[in-house]
Design a protein around this ligand. Sequence first.
Ligand code: SF4
Length: 333
Amino acid sequence: MKLYIDFSTLTLWRLCPQKFIFNSKLNLQGGNTDALNFGTLMHLGVELLGISKQEAGFSLPSDEAIYNEIEALAVEKQVPDCRTVINPFLKVLHQLTDEASQYPLFNIPSDERRSLKHALTLTAAYAKNYANEDLKYKGFEHKFEIFLGKTAKGHEVYYRGTIDGLTKDSVIERKTTYDLNAFTDLLSPNYQAVGYVWAAREISRDINLSTVIFDGISTKGFGKSAGAANSVSSRWTIYTKPQDLFLRSKVKVTDYQIEAWKAQTLKDADRILEDYASDAVSRNAPAACQAYNTKCAYKAICMSGSKEMEQTIINSFAKQTEVWQGFEIQEDK
Ligand code: SF4
């Protein structure tokens, strides 16, 4: 059997095997689509900004010009036409709007937290905050699928994922999160960093690569929340200070950690395959039901009290439409 797995699916299974089954086997909608789309937009915005900054003649326009552009795109909803825009940064805002127009998020009122206006404003704030950054990107968005090894039961395991960015000696991993403090708690030890360094070494054939730069972007401080009242004197509707909005942190990964991570992942792979084939798996309630300060989307199923009721809720549960192919099982022929 072949198992293709990514960091998110591994994390999900480690958190709660039942949650993994609901999400990856039954395909039940498990997260807030607007929040996911917001994160996708922010990733794209920062990537486009990074590419744009590598081109000659990049400069940030005035605050006034950025503000006017965001109002036109996100409040007045003018249809973006990237060809008519000359300034490279304004072009990035147009490309983001173009992308956002495919998501339901596009129609969220502009003073809401997950709106297009917030995504554009946050991208502009990021660009201003890192106007003089020295990250020398070698590439962006490296999708990978790499053979990790064989499990004790003889199954082949492939590790999948996307590396947000690579520099000469580091992996860049971007995190869009509400709470940057909770994000720092997850930095060390960090399985994602270890797996991504291993993957980046395989991609670049550079065994000395050992650093991950986590690029944290907080989504706090926009919209109708109480603190937003402070923003009336400012055209920048994010009221959180840049130093609390953005955080970069370096994590070093050792060869020993990589070997331990590989061994653990192969061990877990056999257990994941067992769980996938089983009719009943363990439920890590209540510890996992409120992990990362977020209520598990499947709580109504687990709390329903009877197998019959569970099945009724499962049958009526919304299914995922955009499924990231991070997880896949291929049976032997
Ligand atoms: S509600 Fe709790 S037990 Fe049920 S799937 Fe979610 S995390 Fe697991």
